[in-house]
Structure formats: C-alpha cells, structure tokens
Design a binder for this molecule. Structure first.
Ligand SMILES: N[C@@H](CCC(=O)N[C@@H](CS)C(=O)NCC(=O)O)C(=O)O
Length: 240
C-alpha cells in the first residue's frame, strides 16, 4: 500500500546521493514529489533549512515530523523509523551494525570516488555524451569545486577497484551484501556506483555490478540510471 503523504524531496536530478534517497522512498512506496534545484542557487534555499548545502533534503511537510531532513543516510534512517514495512534492515542488532558500517563506507568513500571517476570521464573520453558548452562548463565547475586533480582521480579509481573486488565476492544474483535479504547496504551500493554505468571500461569489467544495480532499481520501482535504460542499449555497443 502507498503512503499518501505529501513529502517533498529537494534534489539535483543527476546526483547519485539523491538517487539513493529516491530508492529509499520508492522501496517504502512513499508518495512524494521532487523539486529539482539549480546547482549554486540551491544553497540559498537549503542552507537556511538544514545548515548544510548538500542535497538530498527531504521535507516531510507533516505536522509533528521534522521540517527538513538533510543527508541521504539520515533520510534512510527516518524512513525506516517512520515506515518500518517493508523493512530495509534485518531485526538483528549485529547485522544492523554491519549494514550501517558498510553504508558509511559506501557513502563517505565510494560515492565520492565514483563522483571523481565519473566527472573525469565526462570531461575526457566521455565528452561525446554531451559535448554542449553548457554541460562542459558545469562539468568543469564540479571538477574545480571538488578539487578533482589527475592525482586524486587516480586515487579514486584505485579505491573503486579495491571496493569492486570486495563487492564481487558477495554481491551476486540472489545474494545480498549482509544477511539474507535486501537492505540499506544494497540500496546504497546500487545508488552510489550507478554513475559507472556510463563508463565502457566498468561495463565491460564488472557486468555483475550493473545486473545488481538493475535489480535494486526494479525492487525500488525507480527508473534505471543513464546507461542502463532500455533505450540506451540500442546505442551502446556493450549491451547490443
Ligand atoms: N553524504 C551526503 C552527500 C551529499 C552530496 O555530496 N551531495 C552533493 C550532490 S551529489 C551536493 O549537494 N553538492 C553541493 C554542495 O556541496 O553544495 C549525503 O549522503 O547526502
């Protein structure tokens, strides 16, 4: 059953952290609207609400609930408390601790590494995906904002290789990251690694990753990320 509450998600439409929040909302079958903010100008709206400048931010817009919840991790914790079923966590405390540790690693380290590798690709070999001046200007601004020097991009790529070697051992069809069911850990991995779907090297080297990302999106009723949408297949030699 859907939850007919008018929650609002403030987001950047292309952000993988915002995708993570949408996957959580989708899994819980919440009714919500999204408001896409413009990078840069977003801070004027978001900072007075949360004291932070990052998106996603969830506005429950219901009396008795917090006015604004900043950060995708807090959004998932809020959803799990507010709407316990279907559950995103198993009942065992020890498994929950493992899940939140994995979630924190994926969120703080791997999501950032993905961002570095993705924007580096979009500025170089993947420039053809959108060579327009406006897109390339945005990409350059993001690269400068996050200090994406070649040395730091290289470190990020190495961090991703280590992470994917670890995930490959335990994230295969029918097998979830922790315990025997889909949890916050799977949702977070799917969202924060999803930008790699645009990068041919990753598509060729880690086919299991994109199958798993697709499964998680299906489970959460969320549109597939760019690179995995059915319409992309016709133009993508790797999936043809
Ligand atoms: N750990 C945060 C990270 C969110 C984050 O980095 N969001 C980026 C977009 S992908 C952002 O809002 N950047 C704009 C800014 O920092 O002003 C979360 O999980 O919500």
């Amino acid at each position: 059953m859907g939850q007919f509450l008018p929650m609002r998600l403030l987001q950047f439409s292309t952000s993988h952290y915002c995708r993570k929040a949408r996957l959580g909302l989708g899994f819980k079958q919440m009714t919500y609207t999204v408001e896409n903010l413009t990078p840069g100008l977003h801070a004027l709206k978001v900072k007075p609400l949360t004291g932070l400048t990052t998106l996603p931010v969830l506005l429950p817009e219901t009396e008795g609930l917090p006015q604004a919840i900043a950060d995708s991790t807090r959004i998932l914790k809020f959803l799990e408390t507010y709407c316990p079923e279907p559950a995103l966590l198993p009942p065992e405390d020890s498994l929950q601790r493992e899940i939140w540790s994995l979630e924190d690693w994926l969120d703080e380290s791997i999501g950032v590494a993905t961002r570095f590798v993705y924007y580096d690709f979009r500025a170089k070999a993947g420039k053809h995906l959108d060579p327009s001046l406006s897109s390339q200007v945005v990409i350059q601004i993001v690269r400068r904002q996050y200090g994406m020097t070649p040395a730091r991009v290289q470190l990020a790529a190495e961090r991703l290789d280590t992470a994917l070697a670890f995930l490959e051992q335990r994230w295969q069809p029918g097998v979830w990251l922790v315990g025997d069911r889909f949890t916050v850990a799977d949702l977070t991995a799917a969202a924060l690694l999803s930008p790699l779907a645009r990068i041919p090297n990753y598509r060729a080297q880690y086919p299991w990753l994109f199958e798993q990302i697709g499964r998680v999106h299906q489970l959460c009723g969320e549109t597939l990320p760019p690179g995995l949408e059915p319409s992309d297949g016709a133009h993508d030699p790797l999936t043809a």
